[in-house]
Design a protein around this ligand. Structure first.
Ligand SMILES: *[C@@H]1O[C@H](CO)[C@@H](O)[C@H](O)[C@H]1NC(C)=O
Ligand SMILES: *[C@@H]1O[C@H](CO)[C@@H](O)[C@H](O)[C@H]1NC(C)=O
Ligand SMILES: *[C@@H]1O[C@H](CO)[C@@H](O)[C@H](O)[C@H]1NC(C)=O
Ligand SMILES: *[C@@H]1O[C@H](CO)[C@@H](O)[C@H](O)[C@H]1NC(C)=O
Ligand SMILES: *[C@@H]1O[C@H](CO)[C@@H](O)[C@H](O)[C@H]1NC(C)=O
Ligand SMILES: *[C@@H]1O[C@H](CO)[C@@H](O)[C@H](O)[C@H]1NC(C)=O
Ligand SMILES: *[C@@H]1O[C@H](CO)[C@@H](O)[C@H](O)[C@H]1NC(C)=O
Ligand SMILES: *[C@@H]1O[C@H](CO)[C@@H](O)[C@H](O)[C@H]1NC(C)=O
Ligand SMILES: *[C@@H]1O[C@H](CO)[C@@H](O)[C@H](O)[C@H]1NC(C)=O
Ligand SMILES: *[C@@H]1O[C@H](CO)[C@@H](O)[C@H](O)[C@H]1NC(C)=O
Ligand SMILES: *[C@@H]1O[C@H](CO)[C@@H](O)[C@H](O)[C@H]1NC(C)=O
Ligand SMILES: [Cu+2]
Length: 693
């Protein structure tokens, strides 16, 4: 047995939609006030009537909202007119998803999702009475070989396409996603940033709130969207699996969101680092003995799943067929303003991104509307979101580069990345969209018109930290005074078997897939009975294998973390938004604690702790459940940088979890694909008799 400590802190060795829009014929009811001027509304009414004459009533009932928005905010992408012929007459339609593609080298790039799917159709709140809807999605998960950037690799996809489909709804709607797991390994889906108030078991976090969905089984997530809006995303929360293809955007519209009249079109731009191997194999290298927390270097990056590699430069171990691959194209109607919702859906790299010749007005961070502030470039860490308004009024060109560069100074070997930058083409388009104009096909044209614009001459980021400058919520809210504070030290240590593990104090999380934390506190019988005793908590949870901090009642909790690691951590708290009270380099000076300003603090759900830095966050424990708090760098989370908050045990202990979820816990295939570092990477002769599992 090798027992070595490598501490980074020298001073302290201790440590298918169903959408129905309702229109009152002619008399359009306005449920929300003060959103649009009367004049503008009358104009819209006139347009509404003239279109009404052209279209049959059955079509009208369903698609008017989407149609008007599309005509107004025309993009080069074809509108969803194609749906017309799929509309059943009873006014209920499902968006049929293409059948999963079979394994093998795809010649036709049908696995690439049509980019027009990431163009949003915000509802017109002024003319359509929108009642809460149930939005249903039917997803089949399967193993597919595909080559988004040219390099063939095994992937795990939703309905055979990459990236995942957009979930779009209105605040108050219920989203129902049925997962049919047809892949060889288990899975589970997390809805990043959603509160799941009163339904913590829908949070989708293996080891914390659920047992995985075994291959061959199905499960329906039911997600309420009350009390929040903005840009979110979803991803698998089973090991590092999401980076193999299981992720996508989730957008909640709301009449409460300020500034909706400031842009004509609205679309999602996902940025992500990318590997040419299955994440499981990368995890194997990363967690191997003596690997010393050297995170796998991405092979490149993608925008909305797209990029194009030069096959001549790709390693011989890969099969590369770049025909049909290309850069993402983002179409902006010339002269108008546009909302771009940036999401970092990657594994590890923070991006610095900007658009040549355009200022970005940042108006949203992690689902919180902001006072607009202008930026030339944005820093966006893993799992964070920013919305920016971009004005398509440059007279210099009509094609521009969107440049997104991984901040490779934060990589274990900054020089090792071949292509740290990925680009997309921003194209100005003409105002009106012609009905029936050709759909931009899923096979991106290889005859793209490449921009010739030059980047902002501003130097490049070398530190991984959050977007600086003052991001101020539009709806100012004074953070409450704290009731209690937890302090944690995070670091990486090389310990037993020479494995590099991530720690919060003495805790390095080892997920127990068949006994998730939530199940342990809701089991009928003796455990749940006296969960309020500290003794029981100690018996149920071994702090060294995953700290669980229990908070009784509704409290205002502060969490201060000092990071003794040379890497940054995008920290995410499930089920809540938190105020970022303090953040910086070095260690927090406690004498500042009493006087921290409480006004204008940014609320978000993912915050960066710099290398050798700190963060102090504040949140209210008003959402009962078992909520993971973890680093969203997939490698770090798998090395153990995850813990949980257990709130409102008085309510939670009365819960009965859905029987299908509980049933998965005893399913023989629920742990298929689980990566146990000790079993997988430690040579048998090194292992203890009793194991360290
Ligand atoms: C829509 O169709 C689905 C499947 O056919 C059905 O389950 C659902 O109840 C329908 N919804 C409405 C609002 O009619
Ligand atoms: C959902 O997908 C499954 C598997 O592809 C299929 O059997 C089922 O009929 C679909 N259900 C609906 C409501 O579309
Ligand atoms: C583009 O529009 C924005 C917002 O109206 C304005 O601030 C900016 O100066 C304009 N740029 C040009 C080049 O006209
Ligand atoms: C973590 O360790 C620090 C330093 O030993 C200690 O002050 C703190 O209370 C610990 N945190 C928790 C939640 O136990
Ligand atoms: C390492 O192994 C020893 C002996 O089995 C055990 O007491 C200790 O808790 C282990 N440490 C870690 C960090 O797993
Ligand atoms: C998970 O927890 C159960 C109950 O405490 C225990 O019996 C089992 O060995 C644990 N499994 C792993 C892999 O730690
Ligand atoms: C349980 O532990 C907490 C935190 O250490 C403490 O405040 C509380 O008084 C303890 N409760 C009991 C019943 O001992
Ligand atoms: C902490 O803040 C106090 C008061 O501002 C100051 O006197 C002290 O020097 C600071 N300590 C450190 C280590 O910076
Ligand atoms: C939980 O259930 C018990 C027994 O049925 C009941 O007395 C208690 O009030 C419930 N607690 C809550 C918070 O609903
Ligand atoms: C578990 O997987 C094996 C191998 O694929 C299969 O033969 C078996 O039927 C599965 N068990 C269940 C309960 O689905
Ligand atoms: C599924 O799990 C097995 C190990 O159980 C692993 O060898 C394989 O690579 C996994 N497949 C995928 C697509 O992750
Ligand atoms: Cu981390």
């Amino acid at each position: 047995m090798v027992m070595r400590q490598m501490l980074k802190d020298p001073n302290n060795p201790q440590h298918s939609d169903v959408e129905t829009f309702e229109i009152d014929d002619g008399k359009v009811s306005v449920e929300f006030e003060g959103i649009e001027s009367r004049e503008k509304m009358l104009k819209r009414k006139a347009l509404f009537r003239s279109i009404a004459l052209l279209l049959s009533a059955s079509i009208l009932t369903i698609t008017l909202g989407a149609l008007l928005t599309k005509l107004d905010g025309a993009t080069r992408y074809a509108p969803k007119f194609q749906f017309f012929d799929r509309i059943p007459h009873h006014g209920n339609w499902s968006r049929p998803e293409p059948a999963p593609t079979s394994t093998g080298a795809p010649k036709i790039r049908a696995f690439m999702r049509d980019p027009s799917e990431y163009v949003l159709s915000p509802p017109d709140w002024t003319r359509i009475r929108i009642r809460p809807q149930v939005k249903e999605y039917n997803w089949t998960i399967s193993d597919v070989t595909a080559n988004p950037d040219g390099v063939l690799r095994p992937m795990i996809l939703i309905n055979g396409q990459f990236p995942g489909p957009l979930i779009e709804c209105n605040e108050g709607d219920t989203i129902k996603v049925t997962i049919h797991n047809k892949a060889v390994n288990a899975t589970a889906f997390h809805w990043h940033g959603l509160f799941h108030k009163g339904s913590n078991w829908m949070d989708g976090t293996t080891g914390v709130t659920q047992c995985p969905i075994p291959p061959g089984e199905s499960f329906t997530y039911e997600i309420k969207t009350a009390g929040q809006y903005g840009t979110y995303w979803y991803h698998s929360h089973f090991s590092t699996q999401y980076i193999d293809g299981l992720f996508g955007p989730l957008v909640i519209h709301s009449p409460k969101e300020p500034g909706r009249d400031r842009y004509k079109t609205d679309q999602v731009v996902m940025l992500h680092d990318y590997y040419h191997d299955l994440s499981r194999n990368k995890l194997y290298e990363y967690l191997a003995p003596d690997a010393e927390n050297a995170e796998p270097i991405p092979d490149g990056a993608l925008i909305n799943g797209r990029n194009r590699r030069d096959c001549a430069k790709v390693g011989k171990q890969y099969t590369c067929e770049s025909a049909g691959s290309g850069l993402a194209e983002i179409n902006l109607v010339k002269g108008a303003s546009h909302r771009l919702r940036f999401i970092n859906v990657g594994a590890f790299a923070e991006f610095e991104m900007g658009i040549d010749g355009h200022i970005m007005e940042v108006v949203e961070a992690d689902g919180i509307a902001l006072v607009s502030s202008p930026y030339h470039k944005l820093n966006i860490n893993v799992a964070q979101r920013y919305s920016a308004i971009v004005h398509a009024n440059s007279t210099d060109a009509s094609e521009f580069w969107l440049r997104a560069r991984m901040i490779n100074h934060c990589f274990s070997d900054p020089e090792a990345v071949e292509e740290p930058e990925v680009r997309a083409i921003i194209q100005y388009t003409e105002k009106k969209l012609k009905k029936g104009s050709p759909v931009s096909t899923s096979a991106v044209s290889t005859k793209q018109v490449l921009p010739t614009t030059t980047p902002w001459d501003l130097g490049t980021a070398v530190v991984c930290q959050d977007l600086d400058g003052k991001l101020e919520p539009a709806n100012a809210q004074v953070a409450p005074e704290p009731d209690q504070m937890f302090y944690l030290r995070s670091n990486f240590q090389i310990g037993n078997y020479s494995l590099s593990r991530g720690f919060f104090n003495s805790s390095s999380w080892r997920r127990n897939l068949t006994h998730p934390a939530l199940n342990r506190v809701t089991l009928p019988g003796k455990q749940a009975g006296d969960i309020d005793s500290n003794e029981t908590m100690k018996n149920i949870f071994n702090v060294d294998k995953g700290m669980v901090l229990k908070v009784d009642g509704v409290k205002v909790v502060d969490l201060l973390i000092d990071n003794y690691d040379d890497g940054n951590h995008p920290m995410h708290l499930h089920g809540h938004k938190f105020w970022v009270m303090a953040q910086g380099n070095g260690y927090f000076n406690l004498s500042d604690y009493a006087t921290l300003p409480r006004e204008g603090r940014l609320l978000r759900d993912t915050v960066t702790i710099e290398a050798y830095g700190y963060v102090l966050i504040r949140f209210v424990t008003d959402n009962p459940g078992m909520w993971a708090f973890h680093c969203h760098n997939v490698w770090h989370a798998e090395a153990g940088l995850l813990m949980s908050f257990f709130t409102r045990s008085d309510i939670v202990k009365n819960w009965t979890l859905p029987s299908d979820l509980v049933g998965f816990c005893s399913h023989p295939n629920a742990t298929n694909g689980f990566f146990d570092d000790i079993k997988e990477v430690v040579p048998p002769e090194w292992r203890h008799e009793n194991g360290e599992d």
